[in-house]
Design a binder for this molecule. Structure first.
Ligand code: NAP
Length: 503
């Protein structure tokens, strides 16, 4: 698979990350007849976000029959919204079934990638010094992999246990403990009900409330799982239904006060009214920004958890962390044995800490310092033969991100096949094409609900860099065409021919 020369292994492609995107890339390369690739993964297992986020209650808010690869659907999902252990098992099974295990290099953190324009090769270095030379570099590190803990005075003074929701301390027990959870986003909404069941006392620190709609979850009876197994079109039908139903929700994001936003808002307010009697608390839990501006949470057990006798909602800002807990602005003190920072992720830098340098030594981090951008969310001008899956402006608020990543891979495979079939050194999207497509994208995004009054991880210095601007069907249309006219194609020079070619 790898041809080693002078400590450097030659492969056709290096994939960084063995999460949802990296495994997808490997499977598609392999299914496309390309076997010479490695998947570098910093953790000691596959699964990416589903490997990292192992807090109690972690689950996917996209139904599992849709949150799975189109080429590897699964008949025996235990429930509509599977929890993290089952999703992680799914990705492990995919790695095995798609023959990806021999390609995996676990505990291998890619640190730098430099493009050699003359040879049309990426030189990739891992933290431990290993090196690869590849014609293609596929980044599958995701948008939500760098935990963010706010810079709060006294953080280091805390004498108990504290950790981020995505760096869960396995074996931590809450029974008899005083716990503080900071944050009320998707992660907190899932873990708070579970922690509340165990802890002696739980304080939830809310900076702003979220719109929350019910989760229509249920176990699949075994007869239905058998039917899904015996009649695959049945599970395809369910998958198709969930996809189209979710796709309808896109309309809610196209601006405030659309039919679908009014519908979703009614659902959210109804759940709040049904679950919370106290009008003051209802007010505290009602967002003052348009629905969809931050991610809509799909959750039915968060409000009931807040009503428990051992749970308290705190809305004052944190003044400082102390040795024994937290002091809030206004003077209230909360005692804590454990602090859980469910405070989200750094979502603007995408590929960091991997240092990528492209043509003429340009650094990707410099190019993206005013907000990451790519053409079709996937290719970046000046960085030939580089593909960023779940890249800039490919996140969604309404449907499965796996659908988006698969469409990106459709596009990537067309470029790779073109480069290989024509024996090109590289394909590099032009700056003009990238600028024009991003101007169109940002014009569309300006009229979406995300451009509204709320703060969210979708925006960096006011620019929406994470989210796609339209429906997923529109992205599919967008990614389906290989727009070679927008690429500079690097022909193989006579000089390069003299050098040993990459495997
Ligand atoms: P998040 O949505 O960014 O939420 C972070 C929370 O921390 C927010 O409530 C934020 O308050 C709060 N916060 C940050 N700094 C704070 C401070 N200094 N003081 C008090 N509160 C502070 O992060 P997340 O919950 O980890 O979710 C991130 C994304 O991961 C989600 O949007 C979703 O895309 C994905 N996710 C998905 C699932 C799923 O079911 N598929 C589950 C979990 C996560 P503000 O709102 O005021 O900023």
């Amino acid at each position: 698979m790898e041809k080693a020369a002078a400590g450097i292994a030659d492969v056709t492609a290096v994939i960084v990350g063995a999460g949802m995107s990296g495994l997808l890339a490997g499977a598609r390369l392999k299914r496309g007849g390309l076997d010479s690739f490695v998947i570098l993964e910093k953790s000691d297992g596959v699964g990416g976000t589903w490997y990292d986020n192992r807090y109690p209650g972690a689950a996917c808010d996209v139904p599992s029959h849709l949150y799975s690869y189109s080429f590897r659907t699964k008949s025996d999902w235990s429930r509509m919204f599977a929890e993290q252990p089952e999703i992680l098992d799914y990705f492990r099974d995919v790695a095995k079934a798609e023959g990806l295990r021999p390609h995996l290099r676990l505990n291998t953190e890619a640190m730098s990638a430099d493009f050699d324009e003359r040879m049309g090769q990426w030189h990739v270095r891992a933290k431990d010094g290993r090196r690869w030379r590849a014609r293609f570099l596929i980044i599958g590190t995701g948008q939500l992999n760098k935990p963010h803990i706010p810079n709060i005075p006294g953080y280091g003074d805390f004498a108990g246990h504290q950790f981020h929701s995505a760096r869960w301390k396995d074996g931590v027990r809450f029974a008899g403990k005083h716990v503080i959870v900071v944050g009320t986003g998707a992660s907190a909404a899932q873990l708070v009900p579970r922690v509340a069941e165990e802890a002696a006392n739980l304080v939830v620190v809310q900076r702003s409330p979220n719109w929350m709609i019910p989760r229509p979850d249920a176990e699949f009876p075994s007869a239905l799982k058998t039917a899904f197994k015996l009649f695959p079109p049945l599970r395809q039908l369910l998958r198709g239904y969930i996809y189209l139903r979710n796709e309808l929700n896109w309309q809610a994001f196209t601006g405030d006060n659309r039919f679908m936003s009014r519908y979703l808002k009614r659902q959210a307010l109804k759940q709040l009214e049904e679950q919370v009697d106290d009008p003051e608390l209802r007010k505290t839990l009602t967002p003052d920004y348009p629905i969809g501006c931050k991610r809509i949470l799909i959750c039915s057990d968060y409000y009931p958890a807040l009503l428990r006798g051992n749970v308290q909602l705190e809305t004052s800002p944190i003044e400082r962390v102390t040795a024994t807990g937290m002091k809030m602005a206004g003077g209230t003190r909360h005692k804590a044995d454990i602090i859980i920072w469910a405070t989200g992720f750094d979502t603007g830098s995408f590929v960091a800490p991997l240092q990528i340098s492209g043509r003429e030594g340009r650094h990707l981090a410099d190019m993206w310092k005013n907000g990451a951008e790519a053409h079709k969310g996937t290719v970046v001008s000046g960085f030939p033969n580089l593909f960023v899956l779940y890249g800039p402006n490919t996140n969604l608020g309404h449907n499965s991100i796996i659908f988006m990543a698969e469409r990106q891979m459709d596009y990537v495979m067309k470029i790779i096949e073109t480069v290989l079939q024509r024996d090109l050194r590289f394909a590099d999207v032009t700056n003009d094409a990238q600028r024009a497509s991003n101007e169109r994208l940002q014009r569309k995004l300006a009229s979406t609900v995300w451009a509204g009054s709320c703060e969210s991880w979708y925006k960096h210095d006011g620019k929406i860099v994470n989210n796609w601007s339209s429906s997923t069907l529109d992205f599919m249309r967008h990614a389906r065409t290989l727009d070679l006219e927008n690429f500079e194609l690097g022909l193989r020079s006579a000089r390069a021919e003299e050098e040993p070619a990459a495997a």
